[in-house]
Design a protein. Structure first.
Lengths: 454, 220
């Protein structure tokens, strides 16, 4: 038998088996002791009967007429005879016997005291210097029947008591396990972003340290995540302003310069600054995506986010014609942070625009169940490269400018939020094109059921 | 178009101010929220450029104050916060548009002009008056198919008329739109600009309403 994994079942099972075993041993011991005591009582009764009957029988025989051998006692009332007896003389002749007595049961007198035959226990006694003997017999079957009855009397309540005690054990164990079960439920049912402490009150002293340790960890984790969060937010802010200042001043410089050679130089500074700003933004996104910030039980309308991101993008010149958006009119709820989804879409969209042929469309589609696909008509990507594209700084065979971080960021967000990212190239049924499919995690509340639990 | 710039970074602020001034719009530049409140109380601005993180508080607080008292002056947010949720918060607080740092100055100008046009009631940057084809976004004018060059000041002045057809603008109003605080305005500067506009675009383009001011007419 496979041992049950639940602590409750394990304790109940072993306690129950133990109790049943103890009950069983006690019963057998009691029955044996009882049999022994009963034998003593029966023997004493046998002996008593013989000793009481013998003087009466002697008197009776002496006062009786000669020649009337083997007299049978007349029955006063019909009754069951457990004890039978015979009174004999020294030659073995029967002087007196009880009305049911069977001579064959009684062996010849050998000594006073108890004698066992295969069927009976017999007590012998003698009087008048051994000339008159009495033998009282009790059938062994009777004794066995009584002993069996006593055993049955003991066993009967046991048959009820053992299951009842098993049930009681199970109930008590279950009751005692209550706080542990509650703790388990409290940990199990929380969202992945929920870092509030688990309840400690009422926990037994064996479990309370575990809950305390869990809470301690949660507090530490919360502090670390908050620190990371404010670091990325602050460093983004602190970095952006000086880059913005340098870029703006450079652009003013270009606008005010007359000399063409110097202008060219200033424009190179401008391009370098623009690249710096893009790279720092991507690194910040990657730090966010790989950190714990994006984890959380939030629910966002990703259709709204998609419209907003695309709206931002089409304001840049030349983009309106290239972006083809297919988003449901109604909100699409998904269990992902607003900003995380915005970063995902922005990166996929930027990649699609960058690697598609100039002027070719980039298609964005969002289904009602939160599946986002972004595809373009770029050159096909070989399968071995396709899997490597998810690594940071890995770039396809492309002349396009880029950091090589976009897909790594999307991949990190997918891993962090429980979303799925699948890359396909070329497009199904075509010889060109690239498609990224991002399946957003379902919104909290309508989430998948954990398959490991019933 | 008179602009109030609220930005605490001296280097960035200077570049933004110079960019807007170069397009012919007067700019008042402050670095703190309290100074911004003083300025808003004492002059009529056509547009406010608002940084969100200022030494004496959050820019969104000022924006909410303005909207709460019914002030509809267009506000464009300059933000270093790159998260979509921050931008949504800004738009919900009543901002008209936002620019995420770092931004291109050309994009800044385009956004400011687009917001200003939207407020003037005509978001379409292409305007046709008589034989003039005007592109407010590209700042170009074709007169009977030939390009006409305007200086930044002339543009700013002309734009004010184009965005308010039929409306009479007093000399004081025009000066307020053309000059920031502390600029010495010579008494006849506005008249000089108007006469140059008439020369370049046709005499009837700006009509004088005697004793009151000027308004947009038809080129002749």
């Amino acid at each position: 038998m496979k041992a049950p994994r639940s602590l409750q079942w394990r304790i109940s099972l072993w306690l129950g088996l133990g109790v049943a075993l103890v009950w069983g041993i006690a019963t057998v011991a009691t029955a044996q002791r009882l049999g022994h005591e009963m034998d003593k009582v029966f023997d004493s009764a046998l002996e008593e009967t013989a000793q009481r009957l013998l003087p009466l029988a002697v008197l009776d025989i002496l006062s009786r007429e000669q020649g009337d051998a083997s007299q049978r006692i007349v029955t006063l009332r019909e009754h069951d005879e457990y004890f039978t007896y015979v009174v004999r003389d020294d030659r073995g002749g029967t002087l007196l016997r009880s009305h049911r007595a069977d001579d064959s049961v009684f062996p010849a007198f050998s000594r006073m005291g108890f004698v066992d035959t295969p069927t009976h226990r017999i007590y012998f006694d003698a009087a008048l210097q051994g000339t008159v003997t009495i033998a009282v017999a009790e059938p062994l079957a009777h004794r066995r029947e009584v002993a069996n009855e006593a055993l049955r009397g003991l066993a009967w309540p046991l048959a009820l008591l053992v299951p009842a005690s098993l049930l009681l054990v199970w109930a008590i164990v279950r009751l005692s396990m209550g706080p542990i079960r509650n703790l388990r439920t409290a940990i199990e049912t929380r969202g992945s972003g929920d870092l509030t402490p688990v309840p400690v009150a009422g926990l037994p002293s064996e479990i309370a340290p575990i809950a305390d340790a869990v809470n301690h960890l949660l507090v530490g984790l919360d502090r670390a995540l908050k620190a990371e969060r404010s670091f990325t937010a602050n460093s983004a802010h602190e970095l952006r302003t000086p880059v913005a200042a340098a870029l703006a001043q450079t652009q003013r410089l270009i606008a005010e310069m007359k000399d063409a050679a110097s202008r060219e130089r200033a424009q190179q500074i401008e391009r370098a600054l623009q690249r710096l700003s893009r790279l720092s933004e991507k690194l910040m996104q990657l730090a966010r995506a790989e950190g714990g910030r994006l984890r959380g039980g939030e629910t966002a309308d990703i259709a709204g986010v998609a419209k907003m991101v695309v709206d931002e993008m089409v304001r840049k010149p030349g983009m309106t014609e290239r972006i083809v958006l297919d988003v449901p009119k109604t909100p699409v709820a998904a269990g992902i942070d607003t900003d995380a989804f915005a970063i995902v879409l922005r990166n996929l969209l930027e990649n699609g625009l960058k690697h598609g042929p100039p002027g070719s469309p980039v298609r964005i589609a969002l289904s009602k169940d939160g599946v986002l696909t972004v595809s373009n008509d770029g050159p096909p990507v070989p399968p071995d490269l396709l899997s490597r594209l998810l690594q940071p700084f890995e770039r396809g065979r492309t002349a396009a400018e880029g950091s090589g971080l976009g897909l790594a960021i999307v991949n990190a967000i997918a891993a962090g939020t429980g979303a799925k990212l699948v890359l396909t190239s070329p497009l199904t049924g075509k010889e060109y094109g690239f498609e990224a499919k991002f399946t957003a995690p379902p919104a909290a509340g309508e989430g998948r059921r954990d398959p490991s639990r019933p | 178009m008179r602009v109030l710039l609220i930005e605490d970074d001296a280097i960035l602020g200077a570049a933004v101010r110079d960019q807007i001034v170069a397009e012919g719009h007067p700019v008042d530049w402050v670095m703190r929220l309290d100074a911004a409140r003083d300025h808003i109380g004492s002059a009529a601005y056509d547009l406010v450029l608002l940084d969100l993180m200022l030494p004496d508080g959050r820019g969104l607080g000022l924006l909410r104050e303005l909207r709460a008292r019914g002030d509809v002056t267009p506000v464009v947010i300059l933000t270093a916060m790159d998260q979509l949720s921050d931008r949504i918060e800004g738009l919900n607080a009543g901002a008209d548009d936002y620019l995420v740092k770092p931004f291109d100055l050309a994009e800044l100008s385009a956004r400011l002009n687009a917001v200003a046009r939207r407020y003037a009631g005509n978001p379409n940057p292409l305007v046709r008056i008589g034989d003039l084809d005007i592109d407010l976004a590209a700042r170009s004018i074709l007169r009977a198919g030939r390009a006409v060059d305007l200086t930044a000041r002339e543009w700013a002045l002309f734009e004010a008329f184009v965005q308010r057809p039929g409306q009479i603008l007093s000399k004081a109003q025009l000066e307020e739109r053309l000059y920031s605080f502390g600029t010495e305005v010579e008494s006849n500067t506005t008249e000089v600009h108007i006469s140059r506009l008439r020369k370049k675009l046709g005499h009837g383009i700006i009509e004088t309403v005697r004793g009151v001011g000027y308004r947009l007419g038809r080129p002749a």
